[in-house]
Design a binder for this molecule. Structure first.
Ligand SMILES: [Mn+2]
Length: 242
């Protein structure tokens, strides 16, 4: 049985070196006894393209590449902040790009993995923005710009997103229960693991199903993560995860 660790919403950036150091410490401490690491989106706070040549991007590549060297398989699913992180960057590590959603099996249970932003269907303005920036036209237009221009656009989009989050009602930015139910029914799963909402919790659902929400990372509190393996599904903070 593969021992797997699931994390998301690290929001790493060049502006937060302490958070990057925490990520490196967590990898050193917690990847000793796992076979696979799943990063379910928003590994970084912004990604402007796989051709980004910044020192931060290089350091991230070296940090991640240490895992396959130690025999740990790495899987990445894009979040709303790093949907442009793609095969060019991942092949250098190497890591596997997962589609959203992805179904895996844990001790005979079907488990659905998603970043989670697609479940926030009450946030109509976000969903409209998402379909715009995920369109091939928008992406090829964006990626054709010089890196300096893309950095400015990314900064502008982050500010818009922060402003939107600060002015929207809390419930609008959480997952919609019907969206969760229909996604789980469509894929015949009993467990869903997602991030994005920054509301770490383990929610029991009807019919013995459950929804596990991974936590966002900060240097203030240990991040909530999920682990699966011979002991089933475990939801714990990384500081005490063994
Ligand atoms: Mn997100």
């Amino acid at each position: 049985m593969k021992e797997r660790l699931f994390i998301s919403d690290l929001h790493l950036s060049a502006a937060a070196p302490e958070l990057f150091a925490l990520f490196q410490r967590v990898l050193d401490q917690h990847t000793q006894d796992i076979d696979q690491l799943f990063i379910l989106g928003d590994l970084v706070d912004a990604w402007i393209g796989d051709d980004d040549d910044s020192a931060f991007t290089q350091e991230l590549k070296y940090t991640l590449a240490a895992l396959p060297k130690r025999g740990i398989e790495l899987f990445f699913m894009a979040g709303n902040r790093d949907f442009l992180l793609g095969p060019d960057f991942l092949s250098q590590i190497p890591a596997t790009l997962l589609p959203d959603p992805t179904i895996i099996e844990v001790m005979g249970q079907r488990v659905l993995l998603t970043h989670g932003d697609g479940l926030c269907t009450d946030d109509v303005s976000y969903q409209a923005f998402k379909s715009q920036v995920r369109s091939p036209d928008w992406q090829s237009q964006f990626l054709s710009q010089p890196l300096a221009q893309r950095r400015l656009t990314a900064q502008h989009l982050r500010e818009l997103s922060q402003h939107a989050s600060a002015t929207k009602a809390e419930t609008i930015m959480d997952v919609n229960a019907d969206a969760v139910d229909s996604l789980m029914a469509e894929h015949h799963v009993s467990v869903i693991i997602h991030g994005h909402t920054h509301r770490p919790a383990r929610h029991p659902l009807s019919d013995m199903r459950e929804r596990i929400v991974l936590g966002d990372w900060s240097t203030e509190t240990p991040p909530w993560a999920c682990r699966s393996g011979s002991n089933g599904l475990i939801f714990q903070t990384l500081a005490t995860l063994s």
